[in-house]
Design a protein around this ligand. Structure first.
Ligand code: BG6
Length: 507
């Protein structure tokens, strides 16, 4: 039985963002990779945000595990600095004082039995002291090479009491084969329901809102198909470069870093059929059908790019090949655009144009549903010169919201029609800050809800497509760099749409 912690008096539930949900059972959260970037920038700030909103379990412990030398004291200091720097809420001493008591640290590389024992013993002690009931969340925020050792060690010593859940960070494999091997290793010791594969885009409010928008409103679904929609454009643009992650990025490239996971998940949510309910299995069953229906694009339908020097938001930045740790003749792509088709009744012949890249003009993730033109506008041609087809634009980030482009009469004499926008902005409609994706995802794991996590079959379908695209790339060597930092990508990405008589949405 879980206990319910009363919300702090001063918190207005409406402002909590993640309010009014079940409180998770008592448990220990063990973070492998506790000295890494993700823990500092995302995980600890998310845990602090959950603490501010009284959403953590009533009895709780956080155990950091990493190779870095240290003890509880140094870990606590380090985590406090991370919260001060990266949390979305202002630092509050009284919240921190409560949370800090729950933080522990084990320094080990986990390859030796000594480290394994130390973690095991500490968890046993915390169970006794705080009555955690043997409940565990293990968070694998380590490079994929370290997964098998840790998973095997954890699996061998599973606590028979309580529940165990495993959060696996991306990248989930490097291709289909390695993803299958990883799944097999996990399934040796854990059940699929215990495995929580993170795709943090699914934790974003605006991404979940795609489901609300489509399935909570009666007006969209009847026109959400090939009869009314001309095409869909999905953009995941980043202004940042690779931020010192050359070791990882040189191996991954944009196709594995963003396309394989975030981008394909956005597409699946946009294209899926209505699920019969919102349980994890129903939602994931519908998504996987879309992924299965994706047609492998031919070489002419995929464009890759790599950024050269340029200016981003007024600042001069280096070319990808000049970044530290990147080979001078690197052929790693930092940009991908593609034309994809979902081969089913709803979407046959409706292109989904997708693009994603680093060092583009600005940060922007959008899903644009472009509807067909009105069949017979009864106006003179000149009247409607400023009119574009209707577009439903989902702003995933920043400026989270939804906007609908419609034609309206310009005030004054005569009849002139122009495109205007009906906007819904999160900031205006809900007087609340947006929760970070990791808050939602950590909380859902503790609650045992895997709806917003990817299942093994989804990941495999995603890799199948990526492997086919990458195989097509072996044959040619594009002239990189082919777009300046701060632009919207290589000219060939524009040609991809121009050939179809279309163009990317103007910014
Ligand atoms: C990560 C990628 O998964 O997502 C990064 O590895 C990328 O390269 C990041 O910058 C983008 O996430 P967000 O939430 O900032 O859009």
């Amino acid at each position: 039985m879980s206990e319910t912690a009363a919300p702090r008096q001063e918190e207005n539930p409406l402002e909590q963002g993640l309010a009014l949900r079940r409180t998770p059972d008592p448990c220990a959260l063990v973070i492998f990779g506790a000295s890494g970037d993700l823990t500092h920038k995302k995980l600890m700030p998310a845990l602090y945000a959950l603490a501010v909103r009284s959403l953590l379990p009533p009895r709780f412990a956080i155990v950091g595990v990493a190779r870095t030398e240290g003890d509880d004291g140094t870990f606590r200091e380090d985590m406090q600095a991370a919260v001060r720097q990266h949390a979305r809420d202002p630092f509050r001493q009284e919240i921190w004082d409560e949370l800090v008591e729950q933080l522990h640290y084990v320094s080990t590389d986990f390859a030796d039995a000594g480290g394994e024992n130390a973690v095991h013993d500490l968890l046993g002690r915390l169970d006794d002291e705080r009555q955690l009931g043997g409940n565990r969340v293990f968070y694998l925020a380590v490079p994929p090479g370290a997964f098998p050792t840790i998973v095997e060690a954890l699996g061998r010593r599973r606590d028979e009491r309580g529940w165990t859940r495993l959060i696996v960070e991306k990248p989930f494999g490097h291709d289909l084969e390695s993803a299958r091997t990883l799944t097999a290793t996990l399934l040796e010791y854990f059940q699929e329901e215990e495995i929580f594969r993170i795709d943090h885009y699914l934790g974003k409010e605006t991404v979940q809102n795609m489901l609300a928008l489509r399935f909570a409103n009666g007006i969209f679904e009847p026109i959400w198909n090939r009869q009314f929609i001309d095409h869909v454009q999905i953009t995941v643009a980043e202004a940042i470069g690779i931020e010192g992650r050359a070791g990882y990025y040189e191996q991954a490239g944009a196709v594995r870093d963003i396309f394989q996971n975030h981008l394909l998940q956005l597409l699946a949510l946009t294209a899926m059929e209505p699920p019969i309910d919102f349980t994890a299995e129903s939602v994931r069953n519908e998504k996987v059908k879309v992924l299965r229906a994706l047609h492998t694009p031919g070489p002419r339908s995929v464009v890759r790019g790599q950024y050269g020097r340029g200016f981003v938001e007024g600042e001069e930045v280096a070319a990808y090949r000049e970044e530290e740790g990147v080979a001078q003749d690197s052929m790693t792509e930092t940009y991908v655009a593609a034309k994809l088709y979902v081969d089913n009744w709803r979407w046959a012949d409706t292109p989904f144009y997708v693009r994603m890249g680093k060092r583009l003009a600005r940060r922007e993730t959008t899903i644009a549903i472009q509807f067909k033109r009105a069949p017979h506008p009864p106006f003179e041609e000149t009247a409607a010169e400023g009119l574009r087809p209707n577009v439903l634009l989902v702003h995933v980030q920043p400026d989270e919201g939804v906007s609908l482009a419609i034609g309206a009469k310009v005030p004054g004499q005569g009849l002139t029609i122009r495109t205007v926008h009906m906007d819904f902005l999160y900031g205006g409609a809900f007087r609340t800050g947006m929760p970070e994706a990791y808050e939602r995802l950590i909380l859902d794991t503790m609650l045992g809800d895997s709806t917003l996590f990817t299942r093994a079959d989804e990941v495999e379908e995603q890799w199948l497509l990526v492997d086919a695209i990458v195989a097509g790339w072996q044959r040619d060597r594009p002239a990189f760099p082919n777009y300046p930092a701060g632009s919207w990508g290589p000219p060939s990405a524009d040609d991809l749409l121009h050939r179809d008589g279309r163009s990317w949405r103007r910014h």
